[in-house]
Every structure is written in structure tokens, then in C-alpha cells.
Ligand binder design. Structure first.
Ligand code: NAG
Ligand code: NAG
Ligand code: NAG
Ligand code: NAG
Length: 411
């Protein structure tokens, strides 16, 4: 899930990241003997479960909190902030979630700062309207373990209240990245923070990998500290692209062009930064990229043409007014539409490569408000280009914090 306070906050975020910063992997200088004694930690793989509601939405797995450990499941989210999960302080508002009881943990420390976060992409495929995805939090510290790797005194947030939109979640929380505005420590961002930073300090290689498979395929997993090469092989190898300078904690790659069914256009040949977000199911593009950009004299007939992504798929894909930002088309016609979207990137060796979303992803299922209309995968969101599960589930992805790069292998 991607958190955004508004366009001003985004601009502030970009401005504050303009100066490249050094990643501090160790919080203090260890004496030489200690460094020699320090052993490497082996990578650990945790199984992920697909939250599926007509379409693949999010993938979640287990973390173990406190002493003795209580297991909560969280979405491993590269696009949100901090580690937060339902607690017994949330009571009835979190009655569908497993709740962590801090009274049962001997290592729990209540920091006691209260705050709230609002997400700009939701758990489902529908867009966020107002503050309908909002969590109320209380800060704390406790031991957090993933697999057999354990990080003592890790900053976390107990969910003490949540909006009803979260009720359907089969998981208790979110392991996100660090949020710069709120200075909340997390762990899945492009800077080592929180749980992940603690494990890296203990000698774990500074990367993680995601295998986010569709429900029908199964076997989704997160490998912390390594790459599970059994998930891709033969002609499929990892292609790495560097994060652009100044991308801060956000997983972003620069893209020179988008192709729709092999075609491009003036609008789609623009350079854009694309955010990769494992916690969002849909794709977000600015309205002009998604839908309504009209460019004069693009074609031989010298008439103005719509030339954005949907215009190249079908003129019948139109905004679905009950849910601002979404688009739809009659379900009866959607399965026959070719809608292959390739986003071009540049590999570390300078060669171009595409990440491709197949036509089968175009439909994310019928709208509840009108089941004859099927929602299409791109939501309009001005100021942001962001890809989530509909792309990531077609690749094995490596999120290399230490190397400041991302790797992809087709699966
Ligand atoms: C939390 O744990 C304490 C200590 O075991 C117990 O007294 C309390 O009832 C628990 N709270 C809930 C809501 O389960
Ligand atoms: C964790 O388990 C893996 C095997 O799954 C093993 O290779 C590794 O050494 C273990 N790490 C620790 C810290 O016990
Ligand atoms: C993880 O999933 C694999 C199958 O994909 C299974 O063999 C293994 O037992 C699972 N591990 C755990 C800890 O559930
Ligand atoms: C990317 O996709 C476009 C459209 O299908 C194709 O023309 C181009 O050759 C592809 N680029 C690479 C490097 O495969």
C-alpha cells in the first residue's frame, strides 16, 4: 500500500531526497575483534499467502512478536510505512484480526506516542476515498522475528483503531518501509531500517526477494537476505536496474517509454519514474498517461487523437463515476481485448528491457456497484506512476538495498 499525504508531501519527499545519502548499515563502529567474530546470517524464506478476492490483492506471511513469541501475519509491503499490526488495544474494531497482547510479552516496551496513518492505495482494488483506509497507532518496541532470525528491541506500532475497510483483511498488519515524513522505522524500503536493518547489522546480506505468485500457482514466498534461484532457471535470468540517484527510501526505476500492444505514442514516450509497490494490487498512472491525453497531429490523418494507455486498448474503457479514479468496460467484452502493457527500463549494462503485464490482467473483476461493468487495472492518480501486484506476480523480484538496484526474472 502506498501512503501519500497529498501532492505537496510528495514534492517535499522528492526535494528532501535530492541529495544522495550514505546508507548507515551499522549503528556503531564495532571493535576489530568483534567484526572478525561476527558471523554471516543465512537467508531465511517465509511462505506467503495470497489474499484473493476475485483477483490477487496482496501477499502476507508470519512475523513473531515478543517473548514468548506471538505470531501475527503481515503484508510485506515495499510501498508503505513502518511495521504495524492489530493489538488487543484495538478490541472490537479489529475483531476479525489476530491481536497481539503486549501484556503477555516480557520484552515489550511501550513508547506511547500515538499517531495515525492514511493510505492512498487500499487493500482492495478500489481507490481510496477520503480517509477510508486509516489506522490509529501507538508506538512501542519489542523483539521481532522472521523465520529463525530475530531482532531485539525493534520499533513497531500497535494498531489501536482502524476504519472498517480493514475488516476484511485476513492478516493483522503491514511490514512496510520507513516513512520519511513521520520518521517511523520500517524495513522493506530501499534504505535499511527497522527489522531489516537490525538483521543486516547482525550480518544478513542487505537484500530481499519476492516471489508473488497468482493464487492458482501458489507457493509465494519472501526470502530475506538472499535469492531463491530455484524459482527461475534456464533462459530466465535476473536483469538488474539501478535505482536513480536521490530515490531515497522509495523503490523507483526510471522508464523511458511504455508500449501498449507493441505500440507507443508521444505521451507514452515520456520519461517517468515508476514506483514498485508490493502492497498495491492495481497500477496508478496520472490521468494523462492512463486515459485522456489528446495529442494533435499524431497520425497521418492530422486529426487530434487520444493516445494514452486506455485509448490504445479500447475507446470503450471509460471512467466509472461511482468510484473516482477507476475505469471500467462491459464485462462481456473485456476478455477479448488485447491489452499487453510493456514498461521499458534500462539495465545496469545499458541495455533496454521490458517488464510486461499480460492482457489477462486487464480485468480486475466486476464493480460491486454495477456487476455488468468490469474494473480495468489502471487507476488514474495524478502525480504518481506506480506498479503493484499485477506486474510483480509475473516476475521473481530482487530488492537489493545494499546494491541500490532491483532485479527481475520472468517466471
Ligand atoms: C492480555 O494478556 C493479559 C495477561 O495474560 C490478560 O490478563 C488479558 O486478559 C489479555 N487481554 C486480552 C484482550 O486477551
Ligand atoms: C535458520 O535456518 C536455516 C535453515 O532454514 C539455517 O541455514 C540457518 O543457519 C538458521 N539460522 C540461524 C540463525 O539459526
Ligand atoms: C512452505 O511451503 C512449502 C510448499 O510450497 C512447504 O513444503 C513448506 O512446508 C512450507 N513451510 C512452512 C513453514 O509452512
Ligand atoms: C519492448 O517491447 C516493445 C513492444 O512490444 C518492443 O518493440 C521492444 O523491442 C521491446 N524491447 C526489448 C528490449 O525487448
Amino acid at each position: 500500500m502506498f501512503r501519500l499525504l497529498g501532492i505537496c508531501a510528495l514534492l517535499d519527499l522528492v526535494a528532501s531526497q535530492a541529495v544522495p545519502q550514505t546508507i548507515q548499515l551499522r549503528s556503531r563502529i564495532a571493535p576489530k575483534e568483534a567484526a572478525i567474530r561476527r558471523r554471516a546470517l543465512n537467508p531465511v524464506t517465509v511462505n506467503l499467502t495470497d489474499f484473493f478476492l476475485g483477483t490477487d490483492l496482496q501477499w502476507f506471511g508470519d512475523l513473531h512478536i515478543g517473548t514468548p513469541p506471538q505470531t501475527v501475519s503481515v503484508v510485506f509491503d515495499t510501498g508503505s510505512s513502518s511495521l504495524e499490526f492489530a493489538s488487543t488495544l484495538c478490541g472490537a474494531a479489529c475483531s476479525n484480526q489476530i491481536q497481539f497482547n503486549s501484556s503477555k510479552s516480557s520484552t515489550f516496551v511501550d513508547v506511547g506516542t500515538t499517531s495515525s496513518i492514511t493510505f492512498s492505495t487500499g487493500v482492495g482494488v478500489d481507490p481510496v476515498v477520503g480517509a477510508n483506509y486509516r489506522l490509529t497507532l501507538r508506538s512501542a518496541r519489542d523483539t521481532v522475528a522472521i523465520g529463525n532470525l530475530s531482532a531485539p528491541s525493534t520499533s513497531l506500532f500497535l494498531i489501536t483503531n482502524q476504519t472498517p475497510k480493514f475488516n476484511i483483511d485476513p492478516f493483522s498488519g503491514i511490514q512496510g518501509k520507513r516513512d520519511r515524513q513521520q520518521k517511523k522505522p520500517g524495513g522493506m524500503g530501499a534504505r535499511a531500517q527497522g527489522l531489516f536493518a537490525s538483521l543486516v547489522n547482525q550480518g544478513l546480506p542487505s537484500l530481499f526477494s519476492l516471489y508473488l505468485t497468482p493464487l492458482a500457482v501458489g507457493g509465494a514466498e519472501l526470502t530475506v537476505g538472499g535469492i531463491d534461484t530455484t524459482k527461475f532457471s534456464g533462459k530466465f535470468h535476473l536483469t538488474f536496474a539501478s535505482l536513480p540517484a536521490g530515490s531515497g527510501a522509495t523503490w523507483t526505476l526510471n522508464s523511458p517509454q511504455i508500449f501498449v500492444n507493441g505500440k507507443s505514442s508521444t505521451t507514452l514516450r515520456a520519461t517517468r519514474n515508476v514506483i514498485f509497490d508490493s502492497g498495491t494490487s492495481n497500477i496508478l498512472f496520472p490521468t494523462a498517461t492512463a486515459d485522456w491525453s489528446v495529442v494533435a497531429f499524431e497520425d497521418a490523418d492530422k486529426k487530434p487523437h487520444r493516445n494514452a494507455i486506455y485509448a490504445l486498448i479500447s475507446p470503450n474503457i471509460v471512467p466509472f463515476s461511482p468510484e473516482p479514479g477507476t475505469y471500467g468496460i462491459a464485462c462481456s467484452s473485456i476478455s477479448s481485448l488485447p491489452a499487453q502493457i510493456s514498461i521499458a527500463f534500462t539495465a545496469q549494462n545499458g541495455q533496454p528491457f521490458n517488464l510486461t503485464i499480460p492482457s489477462s490482467e486487464l480485468s480486475v473483476g466486476p464493480f460491486a456497484a454495477d456487476p455488468t461493468i468490469c474494473q480495468t487495472l489502471i487507476n488514474a492518480f495524478d502525480g504518481l506512476s506506480l506498479v503493484g501486484a499485477s506486474l510483480l506476480k509475473h516476475y521473481y523480484s530482487v530488492w537489493d538495498v545494499g546494491g541500490q538496484r532491483m532485479g527481475f526474472a520472468a517466471i
